[in-house]
Design a protein. Sequence first.
Length: 302
Amino acid sequence: MYPVYQPFGTEKKCKEVPLTFPPQFQDQHPGLEYIMVPRPISENPDYLGSGKLQDKVAIITGGDSGIGRAVAYAFAKEGADVVIPYLCEHEDALETKARVEEIGRSCLLIPGDLQKEEMSAEVVKRTMEQFGKIDTLVNNHGVQYVQRSIMEITSKQLEKTFRTNIFAFFYMTKAVLPHLLPGSTIINTTSITAYEGHKDLIDYSATKGAILTFTRSLSLSLVDKGIRVNGIAPGPIWTPLTVSSFSAEEVKTFGSYTPETPMKRAGQPFEIATGFVFLASGDSSYMSGQVLHPNGGSITGS
């Protein structure tokens, strides 16, 4: 049994959070949550919500699992309906939809490849048909491929990483923008690697740096329209992306190394979801072009 601790909740509700993980690897990328051991913790049972996003509509790309799933649950608890574009992880997506509906909100699933610009247009079209508005866009999906040298990064991999991780953010933003009103928000998921780099994730880190600058530039572009743009830069988080990227041996110590992660453990998706709630809600009304850093205690650049 891997070591665990209990960081939240009452004695009745608390869950054990893993400090380390059993070795495992998935050959399907970006991975499937329902076969992970242990499953990521997507929901804090003590988090009830207080109507911060009541009757809002949010598009959360990659919301079928991992960070996106946790954000969908937190948004639903705050009163939002959610739209989840995802690639092909249907079982994970259906599980997320069922929980959102159990919370009492609507969830629209839209499978497809966001590398293609026309997919973003389809997502927005279907969202408007069902809900009639869009209040928040969360650009969250991504891929990463471990390579030990830049010499191993093929042009095909480079293009796929950039098309998935940053081109699609542009496409989604362009598609939703005509429907966003003053007070709307855009939240982009970047990464600690945008600030610190990663020797085995050179192309991924480059896209996350691009997302950081995209967030800052877009915020300046849209501030006069009353639309706020912010980002979140997670550290190591236990998601399907982890087990479909790193070797089984590396998974055993994921997030527990130092000094990169002072807390000596990977984070769980629920631990960063409320950051997205903050940036989507009026609580962050005086923030734009900023990035939050839920990363286990690492000190990064601004």
